[in-house]
Structure formats: C-alpha cells, structure tokens
Design a protein around this ligand. Structure first.
Ligand code: ADP
Ligand code: MG
Length: 394
C-alpha cells in the first residue's frame, strides 16, 4: 500500500562470518511527551512491525500503537501525507524499554568485540528525541551504555580462566570543536595530535580501569555532571555537545602470547536540528554552527562511505577526526536514530529518517585486531593506528 521511499536491506552486522558488514541501523520512536499531548499533536510515524515504519502515512494512525495516549482535536499542521516507507534493521516503538533497545542494537557487538573487532555506537536525533535517555537512561530503566557494559563483563566472566582481560574507559565531550575530558574536568581542552606513525592521539586523556558495570555507573554519573549544558529555546535540557564514551579491552589467551586490543565507542551526539531552528544568537549560535559543522562532517563521511568512495573527509571536523577509526575501516557500527512520533517534529523526524536510511547503506571492510607481545593498556591510544598495519588473521 505504501510507496517505498528507502528500503535498506537488513544488515549482517550481527554475523561473525562476514569480513564486510553494513552499519546496523535501529530507529527508536519515543512516546509522546506531555507538551506534545497538550498540543494535541498528531502522530506521523506508523510502526508497521519490528523492521518497518511509515512516515507521514495517508491513513490515520491507530492510536493503540501509542498505548494509553488519547488524541483529541487533531491538528493537521505540517502534514503532507507523504506515505514514506522505511525498512531498518530494527524499529523500536514507544513501549520499548532500554533493555529492548539493547537487545536489538548493541548486544551482538560484544560478540564482535570479543572476536577482535572495533565497535562503535552512535545515537543520532534532534534535541529531545531521546538520545541521552537511550544512552544513559535512569535508575529504573538503565541505558544501553550500562547494559552493554554489563553484558561485556558477563561475557568476560564466561571465559573463566581462559583469557586475561584489562578494561579501561575514557569519557570526553566535543563542544565548540574542542575536546574536554569528562573524567578530569578542566577548562583547558585536550589536544588531538596527528602523528604520521600513530594517527590521531589525545594527549593527556584519562583512562580509568574498571572491573564491574556498577563502577561504571558512578563514573558516568560524575562524567555527565561535567557535561556542558546550556538551555536553548527548543529544549531547556538540551546538551549542545557530543559525548564520547570509549572502552578499551585488552585481552590475551592464557596459553598464548597473542594480545588483542579492541575499542568500543559509544557516542551521544548533540541535537541534529538546524541551528536556525533553535533561535540562538551570539555564543549559543556559535555552538549551533559548530555542532552543525561536526554533524555535517559526520553526514558527509557517512555519504562517502555509503557511496564506497576511497577518500573519506574525516579531517573536516573534530568529531570525525576523533572517530576516524569508529566510522569505517576496522570497525562495526551501530546507529540508533531517535525520533518523536509527533507532527510538531515533522522536519526533524523526516531528516533523521533520511540520515538513518543513508547510514544503513554503508559497507565496511573490517579486520580483527591482533598483535603479538605485551603492551600496556595506557599505550593504546598511541598505537591504535599502528595496530591496523600489524593485523594478521587467527
Ligand atoms: P535528547 O538527549 O535526544 O535531547 P532526552 O534523552 O534528554 O533527549 O529525552 C528528552 C526527554 O524525553 C527526557 O525527559 C527523557 O526522559 C524523555 N524520554 C526520551 N525517550 C523516552 C522514552 N523512550 N521513554 C520515556 N521517556 C523518554
Ligand atoms: Mg541529550
């Protein structure tokens, strides 16, 4: 019944057989919030099943999808009945918990991580769409960062004495094209250094060793307190920065000297809405402009990767420079696109869905990270680039 706008074949990201994999893309539709309910918002996202949604459908959406939410006096603001069908690896509806999202998005990547692949997770979407809720969550509904780490520690436990592990984490934010350490607050930005031998390094980055997912909760909580937050017209809670949580896993089989160092990056991106839509001036406008610069570069890199270009413009922004090894090459990527179902977020939702559809077309060529000999975890940042050159198959 629907015209197919963007059908992306479900990816093979969870597969361990393939040496090439798509980016796995999961779309999460949050419930209507109080403001949207007060404005009698109309729902413009029809969740067909766990892989398909229709944006701006011709037919009225059956409200039982949005359990317990009554709509009265429907307004037809910003509604064109585009009837665009999108297919993703997974679509999570408004009743999905963070656990449900974890099960369909990041659970598999721990298997890939243990096998030696670098992995990264992006949450993308407009301010207020549910990115931080997905990533961090709350006590009753812990976010995918905690759930993924809990699964990592569980998986590590299942190896018994077979392997030795060393886990280190870092947490930084990219704000106004500067990089700040959220684990050691300072007004002085960290410097990215490009080294011909080692690639991109972060000078003075704090790496914390952790042994349980619980320890992580304190660390995230403290780190989040250090995030740069500024109220804007569009959302008082908005965060104008990109938060980048990285986990470095060093592992070695007891019987061999073979060492693997793999990295998991989880990135809570700043709001994807255009700077003009937030009504900002002065400093706030500068933030918006820079956020757009980083997100624009990320979008450009995604487009180039999706096209199979040999040149990817990672150098165009801080975020893409930093994530050079998380968005192509030796990496498995999961993108979670967060959207509101309300017609009041029509443009943002449409743009996010187009971005997500584009991302799902990326084909990555991936390799396992294996090196011989001993190495200290703290050296990881420096040697990351070099590892790629030393890679050899099991
Ligand atoms: P973002 O980080 O994208 O700006 P947030 O994650 O801060 O957005 O979400 C905005 C508000 O909506 C928060 O109060 C959050 O608790 C709530 N929210 C977001 N997603 C959900 C969800 N799936 N279920 C319940 N509340 C949600
Ligand atoms: Mg947020």
């Amino acid at each position: 019944r629907s015209q197919v706008a963007a059908v992306a074949a479900p990816s093979r990201c969870g597969s361990t057989q393939n040496m090439s994999a798509n980016v796995k893309v999961v779309v999460r539709v949050r419930p209507l919030n109080n403001k949207e309910l007060e404005h009698n918002s109309q729902i413009v996202v029809d969740i067909v099943d766990d892989k398909m949604l229709v944006f701006d459908p011709k037919e009225e959406i059956r409200p039982f999808f949005y359990h317990g939410m009554q709509q009265q006096n429907k307004t037809f603001l910003k509604r064109a009945n585009k009837e665009l069908k999108f297919v993703f690896d997974n679509v999570c509806g408004p009743n999905a918990t963070n656990k449900d999202v974890f099960e369909t998005s990041t659970k598999d990547i721990i298997t890939s991580l243990m096998e030696g692949y670098n992995c990264s997770v992006f949450v993308y979407g407009a301010t207020g769409a549910g990115k931080t809720f997905t990533m961090i969550g709350n006590i009753e509904n812990p976010g995918i960062t905690y759930l993924t780490m809990e699964h990592l520690f569980h998986t590590i436990g299942s190896f018994g004495n077979e392997r030795e592990f060393d886990i280190g984490v870092s947490y930084i934010e990219v704000y106004n094209e500067n990089v700040y350490d959220l684990l050691k607050p300072s007004n002085t930005p960290l410097q990215l250094r490009e080294d011909s031998k080692y690639g991109v390094m972060i000078a003075g980055l704090t790496l914390c060793n952790i042994n349980t997912a619980r320890e992580l909760l304190n660390l995230l909580e403290n780190g989040n307190k250090n995030r740069t937050q500024h109220p804007t017209d569009s959302n008082a809670e908005s965060s104008r920065s990109h938060a980048v949580f990285q986990v470095y896993v060093k592992m070695r089989g007891k019987a061999s000297s073979q060492l693997r160092i793999v990295k998991l990056s989880m990135i809570d991106l700043a709001g994807s809405e255009r700077a003009s839509a937030t009504g900002c001036i002065g400093d706030r406008f500068k933030e918006g402009a820079n956020i757009n610069k980083s997100l624009l570069s990320l979008g450009n890199c995604i487009n180039k990767l999706a096209d199979g270009s040999s040149y990817i413009p990672y150098r165009d922004s801080k975020l893409t420079r930093l994530l050079k090894d998380s968005l192509g090459g030796n990496c498995k990527t999961v993108m979670i696109a967060n959207i509101s179902p309300s017609n009041t977020s029509y443009e943002d939702t449409y743009n996010t869905l187009k971005y997500a559809a584009r991302a799902s077309k990326i084909q990555l060529s991936i390799k396992k990270n294996i090196v011989d000999g001993d190495m200290r975890l703290s050296q990881y940042v420096k040697i990351n680039e070099e590892l790629k050159k030393k890679v050899k198959e099991l």
